[in-house]
Write a protein that binds this ligand. Structure first.
Ligand code: ADP
Ligand code: MG
Length: 249
């Protein structure tokens, strides 16, 4: 069963830049897929097609059997997206209100909203900061708040765009812990990064992008050796000949 099907996708920006140059890709339900590639290779552009933030010039994206272009609202419920810039994702005056934004838009009842928000904030360890102003949170806390906002929507698929950027070591471990918990609860995870070290030990599949195309796709152990030819730093295990190391151990 495929969570996502990307068929013959092309996207060109208004200024003529080609963002996606012909991608076909099936993503199995429940997989943790790492999308790697140098800056500008099209990772973010691809991710933004998965919930209709960008629409294809050619080709299509199908989420849970339904084409995104025909039903963007459905895609946004099925696909939760944690953006690279946590500040841009903040919408509430308090941590609680911020996390409540999604379920309020689903027009759920107040009791249901509060239950979902409290449960999500508890999962990411922010319940004690419910009344805090989001802008005062640390980088790692902001990203965990973004994850809580996604959890309240109960999406089947969660997309992370550079989730470890600008986080310190404890921040990386906390965010990685949240990502793995989501994966273990059965969600499909797609994670874009140019930094493989932190997550490769947990990936079911590695996809390498370059210049808007998929240039490698397979088991991490099989293709991670190729990443450096596309300008992505290989994990230490590749350079030392050891096993992939988990950042959680
Ligand atoms: N809004 C935009 N307008 C024009 N070009 C863009 C826009 N967003 C991204 N691009 C270009 O599209 C290409 C892919 O970018 P992006 O998807 O952000 O790559 P990545 O996430 O892999 O760093 C790059 O050449 C980038 O400069
Ligand atoms: Mg990007």
């Amino acid at each position: 069963m495929n969570a996502i099907e990307v068929e013959n996708l092309y996207h060109r920006f208004a200024d003529g830049t080609v963002g996606i140059d012909g991608i076909t890709l099936m993503i199995r339900k429940g997989d943790l897929v790492v999308l790697a590639g140098p800056n500008g290779s099209g990772k973010t552009t691809l991710l933004r097609h998965l919930n209709g933030l960008l629409l294809p010039d050619r080709g299509r994206v199908v989420v849970a059997g339904i084409p995104v272009s025909n039903n963007v609202a459905m895609a946004r419920q099925k696909v939760g997206m944690v953006f690279q810039d946590a500040d841009s994702q903040i919408v509430g005056e308090t941590v609680h209100d911020d996390a409540a934004f999604g379920p309020e838009n689903l027009c759920l009842g107040k009791v249901e909203i509060n239950q979902r928000v409290q449960s999500a904030l508890k999962k990411v360890g922010l319940l004690g900061l419910s009344n805090q102003r989001p802008h005062l949170l640390s980088g790692g806390e902001k990203r965990r708040l973004a994850i809580a906002g996604i959890l309240t929507m109960e999406p089947e698929i969660v997309v992370f765009d550079e989730p470890f950027s600008s986080l310190d070591y404890p921040g990386v471990r906390q965010v990685l812990g949240e990502i793995l918990a989501l994966h273990h609860s059965g969600r499909t995870i797609i994670l874009a990064t140019h930094d493989l070290e932190k997550v490769i030990a947990h990936a079911d599949r590695l996809i390498i992008m370059n210049r808007g195309k998929v240039v490698r796709d397979g088991l991490p152990a099989d293709i991670v050796k190729d990443v450096e030819q596309f300008g992505v730093r290989a994990p230490c295990a590749i350079r030392t000949g050891g096993e992939f190391q988990s950042w959680m151990s």
